[in-house]
Design a protein around this ligand. Structure first.
Ligand SMILES: Cc1cc2nc3c(=O)[nH]c(=O)nc-3n(C[C@H](O)[C@H](O)[C@H](O)COP(=O)(O)OP(=O)(O)OC[C@H]3O[C@@H](n4cnc5c(N)ncnc54)[C@H](O)[C@@H]3O)c2cc1C
Length: 465
């Protein structure tokens, strides 16, 4: 019998965590094989980040055309042909998918189609047949939508994100269950495109964990646009009738809709991943257990991305993949500081933040000082006609200087997902407002609002105090 091929690195799963490990490992000169059961790109490219943002852009175009008259541009009241939007999304996804495939080929990553299972000795079996042995193995099999009892997903009345992103016609009335990032993005997109949306969240606020001032702006905007938001209301089930269904929530609340979107998080896909005899451990929620360098219990085997209990974000998967490869190369990487990774939510208005919210900083024992600057007074925001929102900076109080290191930067408003970079650097470098305030912001730009907020924290703001 011939020995199975040995690679420096065998990756199981070709989503952001897996393909980043493959590309980064190959860039370092490792021989890499990657096993993928479906399409490289994973949830993010085919059922997540990219398609969701593509549809949010459709909503943005719709809003722009609907508001064109205000600029003196005469356009007819827009309507949406979601089938065409779906085709455009398909083109964007296909182009990125082909690009990724080309990149993997160029880096000489061997992609193997099939379902991988890890056995002892870093041996990966594909579809129960072909075997690959890795000097190192990265597990990156990702996650699938979580569901809730009483809401059986049928793709017609009850949908998860997978089904919403494949629709070719939008339902007239929708109940979105879950007010986290994905639920809020769907509520925002569907409402802007004409669907009547009811948003139901069991916890006391939308976007749990996000700074309360930011959430308030988003909740106000949702309300103004007719989204019926209910927080602190668990759902109890639903009663289908004649092609519609009535969702029961809170104390006696009910709403009749054409579809229910269940958006209550994602569970790791670890079922069947591990054959008997590996020392890789899985916790009671199905997450693979790892140390801060993404090492599992088995020597040379790493796990990254949604498969481990860290923030379920594509860019966190990228970062973990790099840490795992660096560790495999013996480069002693620094572990990821999960409390300081960027979060971007592409609702209208957008939300972006990094670091501690005011409440979390106070709860962690910091004596904090904060400043907020609204987009309402910003020239570029007025030109765009998008003045809803604010920037809030949370810093540690420093007796002599007023404000010490910046602990958190929180934004809601136009294009804030593209503006968070400066805040991200400030928080991660533990910079003070005096240090960041020295940097000049371009004028007129939306980024002046961050600059103003930081300046105000030095005790001498230009436009705000
Ligand atoms: C609607 C939606 C919007 C999102 N928006 C954002 C966003 O804006 N920004 C952001 O950062 N994140 C976003 N996310 C989250 C992001 O998509 C995930 O964090 C990311 O895809 C996780 O990457 P991963 O590689 O760990 O897993 P996945 O992307 O799930 O990829 C895992 C891959 O492994 C394959 N696989 C599974 N089991 C096996 C096996 N045994 N053998 C071989 N292959 C296998 C799967 O087919 C899949 O291709 C969004 C998610 C959703 C659902």
């Amino acid at each position: 019998m011939t020995a199975p091929p040995t690679h420096d690195l065998v990756v199981v799963g070709g989503g952001p965590g897996g393909y980043a490990a493959a590309l980064y490992g190959a860039a370092a000169g490792l021989s890499v094989a990657m096993v993928e059961r479906d399409k490289v790109g994973g949830t993010c490219l085919h059922r997540g980040c990219i398609p969701a943002k593509e549809f949010l852009e459709t909503a943005s175009v719709f809003r722009t055309v609907a508001g064109a008259k205000e600029f003196g541009v005469q356009a007819e009241q827009p309507t949406v042909d979601f089938g065409v939007s779906q085709q455009r999304k398909g083109k964007v996804v296909d182009q990125l998918w082909k690009g990724l495939g080309g990149l993997l080929k160029k880096r000489r990553v061997t992609t193997v189609a099939g379902t991988g299972q890890l056995g002892p000795g870093r041996r990966v079996t594909v579809d129960g047949g072909t075997e690959l042995v890795g000097r190192h193995v990265v597990l990156a099999t990702g996650s699938v939508p979580r569901t809730i009892g009483g809401f059986e997903v049928d793709g017609r009345l009850v949908l998860t994100s997978d089904e919403v992103l494949a629709l070719d016609r939008l339902p007239g009335r929708v109940a979105v269950i879950g007010g986290g990032a994905i639920g809020c993005e769907f509520a925002s997109m569907l409402s802007d495109l004409g669907t009547q949306v009811t948003l139901l969240e069991a916890l006391p606020q939308l976007l749990p964990g996000c700074d309360a001032d930011v959430v308030e702006v988003l909740a106000r905007s949702f309300k103004r646009r007719g989204i019926d938001v209910h927080v602190g209301v668990p759902v109890h089930g639903h009663r289908p009738m004649d092609g519609t269904t009535t969702v029961l929530y809170g104390e006696g609340g009910q709403v009749t809709v054409d579809a229910v979107v269940v958006s209550v998080g994602r569970r790791p896909r670890s079922d069947g991943l591990l054959a008997a005899g590996t020392a890789v451990e899985v916790d009671d929620k199905g997450f693979v257990r790892v140390d801060p360098w993404c090492r599992t219990g088995e020597d040379g085997v790493y796990a990254v991305g949604d498969l481990i209990a860290t923030p379920q974000l594509a860019h966190v998967g990228f970062a973990e993949a790099m840490v795992a490869v660096q560790d495999a190369l013996g480069e002693q990487p620094l572990p990821i500081d999960y409390g300081r990774v960027p979060w971007c939510i592409y609702t209208f208005p957008e939300v972006a933040f990094v670091g501690l919210s005011e409440a979390a900083a106070t709860a962690a024992g910091h004596d904090v000082v904060t400043k907020k600057d609204p987009f309402g007074g910003n020239g570029r925001a007025l030109i765009l006609g998008e003045t809803e929102g604010l920037v809030k900076v949370v810093a540690a109080r420093d007796g002599a200087a007023g404000a010490g290191p910046i602990l958190g930067v929180h934004m809601v408003g136009p294009w804030v997902t593209e503006q968070l970079g400066a805040g991200h650097l400030a928080v991660n470098w533990e910079a003070t407002p005096a240090e960041v305030g020295r940097f000049v912001q371009p004028h007129p730009s939306l980024s002046e609002v961050f600059g103003e907020t930081v300046l105000a924290l030095t005790g001498r703001g230009l436009h705000i105090s």
